[in-house]
Design a protein around this ligand. Structure first.
Ligand SMILES: [Zn+2]
Ligand SMILES: [Zn+2]
Length: 256
């Protein structure tokens, strides 16, 4: 197992235990039954990544490097400055990609499988449809190329992104004053709970993945005083079968 996988699994276990002891929404039962389809999905997604997507990504990065394509090849910056610039631009891309997933019907069909979870916790961070994974991997390739991103920078961004995603999906009861302080910089659980609200005007807000500044800058930042009263999920796909693995996998192909 590589370092990236070890870090993500360790973060998952730590956050899962913390949210079990300090839950925001109480009364969650059958947490293993709820999380198991998400873990199986993550395994399936990691197989698709390992045996197909990563090979395409490496080929594109190598081609860009050989032909000196992209921002990092044009600017001669120190490795730290380069990393910061690449991360900022890639985080902006992630923001607009997420926003596109909510605005375009075809993309929403896949992304709604993530939103149909009615009991969000840290394992929801693993609940991404393989179709969304494939689409996002291919559509980000031009951005990787334009930025002249190295494989190391991309892997580091993914580790940070995964840990951030595990944290902001968690059911951890972060005190509001800490949450408020943290969300001046990063996405927090209270911020992302609003994004998973059943109310469409709330679902269509708080799109950012790492830094909260993009939502503030592009006018999609939204908070809610009492996040405990949020109904998590979508108005549709609330039945138990959509919470199981098969129901989740067929969600994009169902009407609604
Ligand atoms: Zn979303
Ligand atoms: Zn989410």
């Amino acid at each position: 197992m590589d370092t990236k996988a070890i870090l993500i699994i360790a973060a998952l276990i730590v956050i899962f235990l913390l949210e079990t002891v300090f839950p925001h929404y109480r009364g969650r039962r059958d947490r293993v039954k709820h999380g198991l389809p998400h873990v199986i999905t993550a395994l399936l997604n990691s197989l698709i990544t390992k045996f197909a997507l990563v090979l395409v990504t490496i080929a594109v990065i190598e081609w860009g490097k050989t032909n000196s394509i992209g921002l990092t090849h044009m600017l001669s910056l120190s490795p730290t400055a380069e990393l910061i610039i690449v991360f900022l631009f890639f985080d902006i891309w992630m923001y607009f990609w997420h926003r596109a997933n909510h605005n375009f019907g075809f993309l929403w069909r896949f992304h709604r499988a993530h939103h149909s979870d009615t009991e969000m916790d840290t394992t929801t961070a693993l609940r991404f449809h393989p179709g969304e994974l494939v689409l996002s991997t291919f559509l980000r390739l031009p951005i990787v190329l334009l930025l002249g991103m190295s494989l190391g920078q991309l892997v580091l961004f993914e580790v940070l992104l995964n840990i951030s995603t595990l944290f902001h999906h968690s059911n951890l009861a972060v005190p509001e004053k800490w949450d408020r302080l943290l969300r001046t910089i990063i996405v927090t659980p209270n911020m992302h709970r609003v994004h998973h609200s059943i109310e469409q005007f709330e679902t269509n807000s708080n799109y950012t993945s790492l830094l909260s500044v993009w939502d503030r800058l592009f006018g999609s930042f939204r908070t809610r005083k009492d996040t405990l009263t949020i109904t998590i999920g979508l108005p549709v796909f609330r039945e138990m079968n959509y919470q199981r693995l098969w129901g989740f996998l067929v969600t994009p192909f169902r009407p609604g």
